[in-house]
Write a protein that binds this ligand. Structure first.
Ligand SMILES: Nc1nc2c(ncn2[C@@H]2O[C@H](COP(=O)(O)OP(=O)(O)OP(=O)(O)O)[C@@H](O)[C@H]2O)c(=O)[nH]1
Ligand SMILES: [Mg+2]
Length: 229
């Protein structure tokens, strides 16, 4: 008898895609924009979130879903800002999936929110396969990691709506070529918005805030219901 081959990965991804679709529908029905943040460990996801909360909290009602791989340090930091924060223990997995996000969303009062950020587990590889149901996916690459990452891990850059380059304050000390990097991204994913920034100095942050506002307008059919900044 010929052994039967099961494509387990496709089956898992099919289940995940259906769950992701449900998450988006749920968020759509409340006009809540969900943005997922992915990067390698330490690229600056939490620092970006802290700056974003500080700047946008008067304008949008924000919540954060934090993946917990080891400790709750990041979730504690965010919750310390009086922002509704849900921790998701990934139980040893190297990525979040849509079912985990569904459970996280169930902990939030979506009627009272405009914006949900997801901080995924620090990983550029496994995270690329799993649609979480976010309206927008943003990947962050920090200057010290090097500008060759899109060539090494193209999938996550291909699937992202925004490609953020973090820690640009340290550009003078690294051989990260921002122009060459931008060209590679433009070839790989012409629709992606490239947003260099520094959470330390604040440089470039306005581009990120404008992108969030535009994404919110898209969700609301051309209107940002929160009015002018
Ligand atoms: N120089 C510089 N350092 C930064 C910047 N943003 C973050 N850092 C530093 O980078 C380190 C990691 O930042 P985090 O924001 O914790 O990164 P993360 O991606 O959330 O890390 P994990 O959640 O552990 O994956 C911290 O020491 C930050 O202070 C920046 O714009 N410039
Ligand atoms: Mg973090």
């Amino acid at each position: 008898m010929t052994p039967r081959m099961l494509d387990v990965k496709q089956s898992i991804l099919g289940v995940n895609a259906a769950a992701a679709q449900m998450n988006r529908k749920l968020l759509d029905s409340h006009r809540v924009l969900m943005i997922s943040l992915t990067s390698s460990p330490g690229s600056g996801k939490t620092s970006l979130l802290m700056r974003t909360i500080e700047r946008l909290r008067e304008r949008y009602r924000i919540a954060v879903v934090e993946a917990i791989a080891g400790s709750s340090i990041d979730a504690d930091l965010i919750a310390g800002q009086n922002i509704p924060t849900v921790q998701i223990h990934a139980s040893g997995a190297c990525h979040l999936d849509a079912a985990m996000i569904r459970k996280g969303l169930a902990e939030l009062d979506l009627h009272q929110l405009d914006l949900v950020f997801v901080e995924n587990i620090g990983n550029l590889v496994c995270t690329a396969d799993f649609d979480l149901g976010a309206h927008k996916n943003a990947v962050i690459l920090s200057v010290p990691e090097g500008d060759d990452k899109p060539r090494k891990h193209p999938m996550i850059f291909l699937k992202s709506d925004a490609v953020l380059v973090s820690k640009i304050d340290v550009l003078p000390w690294f051989d990260f070529n921002l122009n060459a990097f931008s060209e590679v991204i433009s070839d790989l994913n012409p629709a992606a918005k490239i947003l260099p920034f520094s959470a330390r100095t604040g440089e470039g942050m306005d581009g990120w805030f404008a992108w969030i506002r535009q994404s919110k307008e898209e969700l609301n059919g051309g209107k940002d219901l929160q009015g002018a900044v």
